[in-house]
Design a binder for this molecule. Structure first.
Ligand code: ZN
Length: 398
């Protein structure tokens, strides 16, 4: 188990990832040992209001670490409430939330479906930062209401001021237009008003990448520091990988394997006793790099170009396909969603899936078939879509 449940809020399971348990004590330590610097930073942001006084806290290292731990826990409670903001709006639109999970990079609310309507996505995305700003304001009001006093009061005042600054910072950070951020989703929602969803996602991802590059350069040369570079890197990776997945999931929404596979009639197959030399000849003329191997109408394996090339050139007449083919058949049902098929291919590390229905080979789905279909859909065209298939996408929101 990489994560475990700590409770439920509004019926949503709250889960802690193992990586979060590593980061929490680290945060507590980092805050606790640098209370003075935090205080001067906070005082700079909140000035000229009454200032945080930390000399009472930094004198005793135990007190400092306890305050650090409380601040770290407060930060992550703020992250959970931020995620609840997304979740409650999503639930109001009828999207069930399977869990809110805290991990290394903060919180993630798992939507079991993606909203299609740009207004819904917009509202779900902005709800988190709005909640964070409100939390910051409430913390600030509470901070100004508590008058300076002894050590305990100083600790409370530091924590409230810290939460005021950090929650607003969280909102600002999340509104960055990079894709894994809420700002990326807001941007996509706005773009999707007058564009296909997949195209809007792609543009939002490109903007996110450009933004990440700019942020990284600023971090390196503009004095922003390594922390900014790390954030930029995180945004870039997120924009590339998650957005790519979102683009595909959105594009393949409602598309099944049957819609895009090479059907039985057009299917090129070989028999187990085909020589490797003949196989390579066919690969060359037919421009296929993989064939199902069929014997008496039944698939018995798959043979690829690299299988054939494993035989030395002089021996290719002597070897037969059955000696080099792979007998592990990765098969898929024709009604499977295209996105699920792609993920199955990636998980199995193969370039093609045999499409089987009632133990019969009805087609072949190659990575090329998937990518060609994706290109067509992205250009605004449509492959023949099956109706009534469930949406395969699993939406996430940070
Ligand atoms: Zn968020």
């Amino acid at each position: 188990m990489r994560s475990f449940r700590i409770g439920r809020l509004f019926g949503i399971p709250i889960e802690l990832d193992l990586t979060f348990l590593l980061i929490l004590p680290l945060f507590a330590y980092l805050i606790g040992t640098t209370l003075g610097e935090y205080a001067s930073l906070i005082n700079e942001v909140l000035a000229p209001a009454n200032l945080v006084e930390v000399s009472a806290l930094t004198g005793d290292s135990t007190v400092a670490l306890v305050v650090g731990l409380l601040a770290a826990v407060g930060l992550f409670v703020g992250v959970i409430i931020h995620e609840l903001g997304h979740s409650l709006v999503a639930m109001r639109y009828g999207f069930p939330i399977s869990s809110i999970k805290l991990w290394l990079f903060g919180g993630v609310a798992q939507l079991s479906e993606m909203p299609e309507d740009w207004k819904q996505e917009f509202n779900i995305a902005v709800a988190g930062p709005i909640v964070s700003v409100l939390l910051g304001v409430v913390s600030y009001v509470a901070f100004t209401a508590v008058q300076p006093g002894g050590t305990a009061i100083a600790a409370v005042r530091f924590l409230l001021a810290y939460l005021a600054v950090v929650n607003v910072a969280l909102a600002i950070f999340n509104m960055l237009p990079g894709f894994p951020m809420d700002g990326g989703r807001v941007l996509r929602a706005l773009l999707a008003r007058n564009r296909p969803y997949a195209q809007a996602t792609q543009i939002a991802a490109e903007v996110g990448k450009l933004f990440a590059i700019g942020l990284g350069l600023f971090g390196l040369f503009g004095g922003g520091g390594l922390f900014l570079v790390a954030i930029a890197f995180f945004i870039y990776i997120g924009a590339s990988s998650e957005a790519q997945r979102t683009v595909m999931a959105a594009a393949f929404d409602g598309v099944t394997v049957r819609d895009i596979m090479t059907p039985d009639d057009d299917l090129k197959t070989v028999t187990p006793d085909t020589s490797v030399a003949d196989l390579l000849g066919r690969m060359f003329t037919e421009r296929h790099t993989g064939y199902p191997v069929v014997e008496n109408g039944r698939p018995v394996g798959v043979v690829t170009l690299s299988d054939a090339q494993s035989v030395k050139e002089v021996e290719r007449d002597a070897y037969q396909v059955e000696e080099v083919m792979s007998r592990d058949i990765e098969s898929v049902d024709p009604e499977t969603g295209a996105m699920d098929a792609l993920e199955q291919m990636q998980a199995a590390g193969v370039g093609r899936l045999l499409v089987m229905e009632d133990d019969e080979l009805v087609g072949l789905l190659s990575r090329t078939d998937l990518m060609t279909a994706l290109d067509i859909i992205k250009q605004g065209g449509a492959v023949s879509r099956s109706t009534d298939s469930p949406r395969p996408a699993l939406g996430r929101t940070n």
